[in-house]
Design a binder for this molecule. Structure first.
Ligand code: A3P
Length: 294
């Protein structure tokens, strides 16, 4: 249980020393310990690909793009990406999914299925600047019926820079992945939410190349358009299974604003400075280039 300065609390479970949101065990079809044991041992197929990112980096967006690229289509996938998210889905259900599968997770490298490393699965890794991530996460935790965070944004920012929120500190998560990419034999494509906003067509083409998918420039452009914020938000309401709906409060959506730099509308000067100070301290040796505006 995490408690902020004003006494607001929310619950997590701990796996390998890292806090994870308490997805209901009924949904996982197993106890937490059995679920995470099965996850580590899960069967990975040669043509699987996995998207890894800290929460709120834009995984829903990129997941849909990758599904379209692999299916060579601009049709929306009927599932929401949570149904293909390792820590939130019954591991047995992955066996029934047709290939090619687009897996996704917010877990740390050491927590992923062992076969991801044995089979050198392609990894798509996405980051987002820590200020927009904090704001997006605050609204998500407030909108989520299971996390149900009631605190204010400043209290949340204090937790965000100091405490282990679900999936750990943003700083520790990105540094861990940065270290992982220095030695891994897995092929990877690394980019940011801001890069994708700035040059979506270039990145969709780059992702197609990375996935060795033969798609025309026209289809790449059509995928960018189909996955633009408003269209994807609409598709989420109209096309997708209801899987996530019980986890969000009535009328709330994770398709909130979809902009770079929205933090300027929400963070106080003190909140923003706190994140700047922590970033300067923690990211001193990092090569990651952070973009707060585009
Ligand atoms: P905001 O809360 O800033 O609006 P994730 O998918 O990792 O949960 O991240 C969610 C964030 O990505 C939300 O950010 C959401 O609005 C944004 N997002 C989702 N789809 C998007 C799209 N097609 N284009 C731009 N941003 C998108």
């Amino acid at each position: 249980i995490f408690i902020d300065k004003s006494g607001n609390e929310f619950k997590t479970i701990e796996v390998d020393g890292i806090p994870i949101p308490p997805f209901p065990e009924e949904m996982l079809g197993n106890s937490y310990s059995e679920h995470f044991r099965k996850l580590r041992e899960m069967n990975i197929r040669d043509d699987d690909v996995i998207i890894c990112a800290y929460p709120k980096a834009g995984t829903h967006w990129i997941w849909e793009v990758i599904q379209m690229l692999r299916g060579q289509t601009t049709e929306y996938h009927k599932h929401i990406k949570e149904q293909h998210m390792l820590e939130a889905t019954n591991i047995d259900s992955f066996d029934a999914e047709p290939s090619p599968r687009v897996l996704n997770s917010h877990l740390w490298p050491k927590q992923l299925p062992k076969q991801i490393f044995e089979k050198k699965t392609k990894i798509i890794y996405l980051t987002r600047n820590p200020k927009d991530t904090a704001v997006s996460m605050f609204f998500h935790f407030n909108a989520s019926s299971d996390l149900n965070y009631h605190g204010n944004l400043s209290d949340f920012v204090d937790l965000y820079v100091n405490k282990q929120l679900p999936y750990g500190l943003w700083y520790e998560y990105v540094l861990e992945w940065e270290k992982f990419f220095k030695t891994t034999e897995n092929p990877f494509y690394q980019f940011s939410y801001e890069d994708m906003q700035q040059n979506p067509v270039d990145h969709v083409k780059g992702l197609a190349k990375f996935l060795e998918t033969d798609v025309s420039d026209e289809l790449c452009e059509a995928i960018v358009d189909a996955c633009s914020f408003n269209k994807l938000k609409k598709a989420n309401d109209e096309v997708k299974d209801d899987f996530i709906k019980p986890f969000m409060k009535e009328g709330r959506s994770l398709y909130r604003k979809g902009k770079v730099g929205d933090w300027k509308n929400w963070l106080t000067v003190a909140d923003s400075e706190l994140i700047d100070q922590m970033t300067a301290k923690r990211m001193e040796d990092s090569q990651i280039k952070l973009k707060y505006t585009i």
